[in-house]
Design a protein around this ligand. Sequence first.
Ligand code: HEM
Length: 416
Amino acid sequence: MSPEVLPPFNPTGWSERELADPYPVYTRYREAAPVHSGLPTEGETAVWYVFTAAETEHVLTSRDYGRDATCGAAQRTAVPSLPDGRPGLRQLVQDWLVFLDPPKHTRLRRILSGEFTPRVVDALRPRIAEITHELLAGMRTKPVTDLVAGFAAPLPLVVIAELLGVPRRHLDWYRTRALALQEASTARTGQCPDAYRRSDTAASELRDYFLDQVRRSRRSDREDLVGLLAAARRSGLFLGDDEIAATCVHLLTAGHETTTNLLSKAVLIMLDRPDVRARLQDHPEEVGTAVDEFIRFDGPVQMISRWAYRDHELAGAHIRQGDKVVLVLGSANRDPGRFHDPDVLDLDRGTGKHCGFGMGIHFCLGAALARAESEIAITALLKKIHEFSRSEDPIIYNQDLVFHGPATLPLRTRTE
Ligand code: HEM
């Protein structure tokens, strides 16, 4: 029997059910071939989707792939500014750590990595616990609550805002822009030009905000991340004001929507698996390792991408210099070639190598922070909210597979 011919992989237009549970779709592709071609969009010569763990790891750790979109494709168009001439999201991201190659990447990563080590993160734990308890106290007063708006979104947002030195009085302003910026992932699908415009404007406003903070930091010593980046400049590691501001906006987005989705999806898993919830309620010391299995099983980042830097064959696919290669992390983490019974969430699986935090030089800078936030949040939630169940209102997923998770998660809660 000839193998089923699959259409080029493109999640635009997926149903709500497929968005909530993309894994059967991934399985069909993965079983047919490790690598599939997709539909190129603006500025792309060709796009490939990788579904298996071994090939994903190869791309993430090989020098044949990188982040420079212009490699071998001089015809790509320049990024336009906003109508008022200010840089928008697409210009801002050119300075983001995650889109840089060495040596620029190495230099910036070295400056930042000292602030996100497990030791530094451990010192933040009491403050994370305080914020968690404040938010849970708010949730406890309502019988039905949206977990995303009431808990999963504000927790990481407040934590990263405090690390960036955003004062409390600016939090509302900051939160509105952060949420608009988050819409960029939806807008990336090309379905929502309005959302893209909003995220573009928010990016520009946030950049202006942080540029102002950088200038102020020259007049006073600051212990937050803005101060750290400005001090790095004083000690000879040159970073322009624009790069510092862009880095702050990057940390804000990277440290926010990912952890929000992790917390929401952890709760969804526990709704489907009361045994998992009961076990973690009885053994809070296991929450830390459970978080990694949650990320393997249903990670917040389902896809990341690279550009091919030379012609190359990958599992039978003829990839050419300048092609885009999308790594479907959610599929690699369910690859039976790597994980036994991959579609089963197994708290006893052990620390197998998942790629939910990426791999290689771009491995998630905030992994220790994300782990600490989720460990504290899930432990406290299980302790303070004794019962939670789905309410009658629907759970609505973001139209996005890059940052994957529910936009709303209405829960019926009981605290006593
Ligand atoms: C990179 C996932 C939380 C900051 C990445 C990458 C993934 C990822 C997959 C690799 C991207 C690529 O190679 O293209 C996650 C998940 C999180 C999380 C699943 C939560 C559960 C955080 C937090 C921060 C953060 C809390 C806070 C600062 C970053 C940064 C990078 C990154 C700066 C770029 C690193 C580099 O290019 O060297 N993350 N992340 N992430 N993450 Fe996270």
